[in-house]
Design a protein around this ligand. Structure first.
Ligand SMILES: [Zn+2]
Length: 351
């Protein structure tokens, strides 16, 4: 373990937090395998950790939204410096044009797997105390929040298909944390939602999925054709597997006026063969929209915190079931190596 200097407040709008929980995801595993990630300039190492929850312990004189004792979740992406990047200048670095954004725990900025973090207030989201045990799920939930916000923006083109009307069917590809949180969000939005997963030990996953009102289809025993038959018209596909072959195999089953949402970042596994004529025909003749989404704005974090509260009221066991294991920080190699298994593994940085 590296002895990293304890940070202190620099500007009047800074907030110092004691970090409580840090979630481990595929990106962290890629970073520790040196496949991804960049340390800050001049640093020989990168502190990982981008899914997090902290407790505020000190605030600068200009801070108004949080106070010592509050829980808070920081956003991850920080704006680029280009004065012409209208996205970053508008506080929407999740849409950065230049690609020169930075990310805490991933790209040129240290992350949150450390005892203390200092962050500007504008990147923090206060979290109600009752979400203490699950708020580390806020960051992965922001993927679904931003995705569903854009879904409804796209579907404004269909006046009858607006949020709150319950006649839509969604398929979620993938039974990992991103897929399951996405499925919860889609159920909350009124979608008849089916999670399609290859994950082994499906019976536990099936119980969890049906526990929050979604359906479960096991990819080992249900083909895509059978899935499409079971579901009916698929209005939305929410991809959360990061496997491009499965994603593109699913595309021909997207229904008329449907939307396909990519959230995964596949590794380069070599080319796969795709029937591009059929896909292009369908996109045109069925008015389909395909978009990718990367998280996330401060608003998506606020939406995630609010929705996580609703999830906990409706399906507390399913939400708690997403967190498979909690590890003390001296055992962080277990989840980072992938040996730990489970859905979401969390490091307890402090208690
Ligand atoms: Zn930018």
């Amino acid at each position: 373990m590296i002895d990293h200097p304890e940070p202190s407040l620099v500007s009047p709008s800074d907030v110092k937090m004691r970090m409580l929980d840090v979630g481990i995801c595929g990106t962290d595993k890629e970073i520790v395998a040196c496949d991804y990630g960049t340390p800050p300039d001049g640093s020989p190492y990168l502190i990982i950790g981008h899914e997090s929850l902290g407790e505020v312990i000190e605030v600068g004189p200009a801070v108004t939204r949080v106070k010592p004792g509050d829980l808070a979740v920081p956003t991850v992406r920080r704006p680029c410096n280009d004065p012409m990047c209208i996205a970053c200048r508008d506080g929407r670095q999740d849409f950065c044009y230049t690609g020169k954004f930075t990310e805490r725990g991933i790209n040129q900025r240290h992350g949150f797997m450390t005892e203390f973090v200092v962050e500007e207030e504008r990147y923090l989201n206060p979290v109600p105390r009752e979400l203490r045990d699950v708020a580390v799920l806020v960051e992965p939930l922001t993927i679904a929040e931003k995705g569903v916000t854009q879904l409804w923006q796209v579907q404004q083109r269909l006046p009858w298909a607006v949020a709150g009307r319950n006649s839509h069917r969604a398929v979620v590809l993938g039974g990992g944390p991103v897929g399951l949180l996405g499925a919860m969000k889609l159920v909350l939005e009124g979608f008849d939602t089916t999670v399609y997963s290859r994950t082994p030990a499906a019976s536990d996953l099936e119980r969890l999925v049906t526990g929050f009102g979604a359906k479960f289809a096991h990819a080992e025993t249900v083909s895509l054709e059978q899935l499409a038959e079971q579901v009916g018209t698929i209005d939305v596909v929410y991809e959360a597997v990061g496997a491009s072959s499965l994603a593109f195999q699913t595309m021909p089953f997207l229904g008329t006026n449907g939307v396909f949402i990519f959230t995964g970042v596949p590794g380069r596994k070599g080319p796969v063969s795709v029937d591009t004529d059929t896909i292009m025909r369908d996109h045109v003749l069925k008015n389909q929209v395909v978009f990718g989404t990367v998280n996330a704005s401060l608003q998506s974090f606020a939406d995630a915190i609010a929705d996580l509260g609703t999830f906990m009221q409706r399906w507390p066991d399913a939400v708690r079931g997403l967190i498979s294991h909690r590890f003390p920080i001296d055992q962080l190699a277990e989840p980072l190596s992938g040996r730990a298994g489970g859905i979401k593994n969390v490091i307890e940085v402090s208690r």
